[in-house]
Design a protein around this ligand. Structure first.
Ligand SMILES: [Fe+2]
Length: 196
């Protein structure tokens, strides 16, 4: 091969191959079997349930960021920080739930449009709302997640899917219950300066 031909081949090899397309390697509703000693039915149930709680957790996480940005009033600073802390904790749950779906052989929901189609957490307005309304929305979203997570945890235990049960109980339920406590105390109507 001539020198100039060698040079052309080398340059061609260094060129990034962008804009590639191909068929999906796994359709969204397909669950592949992984060697984790779990029945196909248990894995399917886990994938379906986890994707629902994933969609609702992504929505709750994003609701925290919206309120972190838009909060107003005398409690601005503490709530601005608290909302971001809870956002980060919810973000960890999102990753744990999505990866559990993949571990069970399913496909985790990921993109905003797909999450919006799936979540049962009510959509907030684009505009800004008062602190008690922000907190009420968050509390409702937490309750949605807690209610479904408890049911799903029981179903996972009955199906023999201890890993999913543990994720839902130890991470999702405990984190959400603690965040509900922190939020709820902000809407207890106690005097700020003079006792009643
Ligand atoms: Fe920020």
């Amino acid at each position: 091969m001539s020198k100039s031909r060698n040079k052309t081949v080398a340059i061609e090899r260094a060129r990034p191959i962008a804009r590639q397309q191909a068929h999906e390697i796994q359709a969204f509703n397909h669950v592949v079997r992984l060697p984790i000693a779990l029945s196909e039915n248990a894995a399917r149930l886990g994938v379906a349930n986890l994707n629902q709680v994933l969609a609702d957790t992504i929505t709750l996480r994003d609701l925290y960021k919206k309120h972190h940005w838009q909060v107003a009033g005398p409690t601005f600073y503490s709530l601005h920080l608290l909302f971001d802390k809870h956002y980060e904790e919810q973000n960890d749950l999102v990753d744990g739930l999505a990866e559990r779906v993949q571990m069970l052989g399913g496909i985790s929901l990921a993109m905003a449009a797909d999450v919006a189609e799936t979540t049962i957490v009510p959509r907030p307005p684009k505009g800004r709302e008062e602190v008690p309304v922000q907190i009420s929305r968050l509390l409702h979203a937490h309750e949605v997640v807690l209610e479904e997570a408890r049911t799903m945890a029981r179903q996972a235990a009955e199906a023999g899917d201890d890993g999913t049960n543990d994720l839902l109980v130890s991470d999702v339920i405990r984190t959400n219950e603690k965040q509900v406590w922190f939020l709820s105390e902000h809407v207890v109507d106690v005097p700020l300066v003079r006792a009643k």
